[in-house]
Design a protein around this ligand. Structure first.
Ligand code: AMP
Length: 428
């Protein structure tokens, strides 16, 4: 399937092409045809599945067909970050069309929001609290809304926004197209969806799950203790060939240098390297000259490696897809692999989504006598998971609910074998 089948307006089709989207993601393939026909939709999908474009593209297409310069689409989100992300996505997807959107959320001045609203927008991406402020002061008119979208409805419920949402619903016309997206479907969200939606189509898309040959563990650690923790793990644990992921090129390079200075056989793979330097790094990892490769996501894309015993998420990935991609570098060809993720106080949400995808909690581990620092995450993940997966606890020894390392056996690094095509340019 490709985007041509949706018969999008040429300006939108061109924008999709500029974004580099080759084919619709499963949620887009399932949802867009229904939404273009004007159906209501209940989407069970998480961030990272391409759900934003799944609702933004058909919305833009439908808005292009009518009169402009009234608020005709309202998108409700639980957080300002998500509001900005959706607004940004609209900016990319609307291409050269005249359609405009703006964000409305608290914690920033109302004045700038008012100015944008006065100039006229077609779409508003809003958090409930500030939107109600604007409604109550008469600065926003929702009487011409034709499309209503609730994104991350389960998070809205967690944050206690349902009463606000009900108040907002009274201000939008009953005759409209509505969509509700949620990663999970607790009873309250189901009831809300039943209230909002009329004869909806339901589409459900799960994240691709990591392979069952991989065990997954979490280390709670303060940001500034991550490097020391990595060194402690590398010393304590029998890690033959390890791929370490960092968020930025700078960190990958720096961390590899620190590890080298500390006597580890480490190198880095990141977007600032020339093609030749990359090849040297990869060949060195392949031959066993280096048994630790510190990489960024984009630099590591396309590497097909067998024989990597461990993947360490020094920084948590941004999406579940990235988590699956990273950890999928180990546990290949029927071998067992271990994935370690360093979790700081800021990482609760993504860990929660990863655990939901895995279908179980990740085991928490510690290194004996290692101080992980203060400012640790209080709880691993707030939401109970539904079922126990096969891979999370396989073959592990527990000590008071946690696993600690045995003394390291001395062993020569196992050389990794490769078929790879290393990605070229990258920002990471
Ligand atoms: P979302 O689930 O909407 O947060 O999207 C996750 C990421 O997938 C975003 O970075 C999008 O730009 C990207 N994305 C969305 N649709 C596609 C597509 N059809 N092909 C490739 N990437 C996509």
């Amino acid at each position: 399937m490709n985007f041509k089948q949706f018969n999008l307006d040429p300006a939108l089709a061109a924008a999709v092409e500029r974004c580099g989207y080759q084919a619709p993601t499963p949620i887009q393939a399932q949802a867009i045809p229904h939404l273009l026909r004007g159906s209501d939709l209940l989407g069970l999908a998480q961030t990272g599945t391409g759900k934003t474009a799944a609702f933004v593209l058909p919305t833009l297409q439908r808005l292009l067909a009518g009169q402009q310069k009234a608020i005709r689409c309202l998108i409700l989100t639980p957080t300002r970050e998500l509001a900005e992300q959706i607004h940004e996505n609209i900016g990319q997807m609307r291409g050269s069309t005249v359609l405009r959107s703006c964000t409305v959320y608290g914690g920033v001045s109302k004045h700038a929001q008012l100015k944008k609203l006065e100039r006229g927008v077609d779409m508003v991406v809003a958090c409930p609290g500030r939107l109600l402020d604007h409604i109550n002061s008469g600065s926003i008119d929702l009487s011409r809304v034709e499309i209503l979208i609730l994104d991350e409805a389960d998070q809205m419920f967690d944050k206690g926004f349902l009463p606000d949402i009900r108040r907002i619903l009274k201000r939008v016309p009953a005759r409209r197209q509505s969509m509700v997206f949620s990663a999970t479907m607790p009873a309250e969200i189901r009831r809300l969806a039943e209230n909002i939606l009329t004869d909806p189509t339901t589409v459900q898309v799960d994240h691709e799950k990591p392979a069952a040959t991989i065990s997954h563990a979490l280390f709670k650690v303060a940001q500034k203790r991550k490097t020391a923790l990595l060194q402690a793990i590398l010393q304590e644990k029998d890690m033959e060939t390890t791929l370490v992921f960092t968020r930025t090129k700078y960190k990958a390079k720096n961390l590899a240098r620190i590890l080298q200075k500390a006597g580890f056989k480490a190198t880095s793979l990141q977007g600032n390297l020339s093609q030749n330097q990359r090849k040297l790094a990869m060949d060195g990892f392949k031959s066993g000259k280096f048994n630790i490769l510190v990489a960024t996501d984009i630099a590591a894309r396309g590497i097909d490696v067998t024989g990597i015993s461990h993947v360490v998420n020094y920084d948590v990935p941004d999406t579940v897809e990235a988590y699956t991609h990273r950890t999928g570098r180990t546990g290949r060809a029927e071998r067992n692999g271990q994935a370690f993720t360093f979790m700081t106080a800021d990482d609760g949400r993504i860990i929660q989504i990863v655990e939901r995808t895995l279908g179980c909690r990740m085991e928490h581990e510690t290194v004996a006598d290692f101080d992980c620092g203060s400012d640790l995450p209080a709880q691993p993940a707030a939401r109970p998971t539904r079922r126990k997966g096969p891979s999370a606890n396989a073959g592990k020894r527990r000590t008071n609910g946690q696993r600690q390392y045995k003394q390291k056996k001395s062993r020569r690094p196992r050389a990794a074998s490769f078929d790879f095509g290393v990605a070229s340019a990258s920002n990471r």
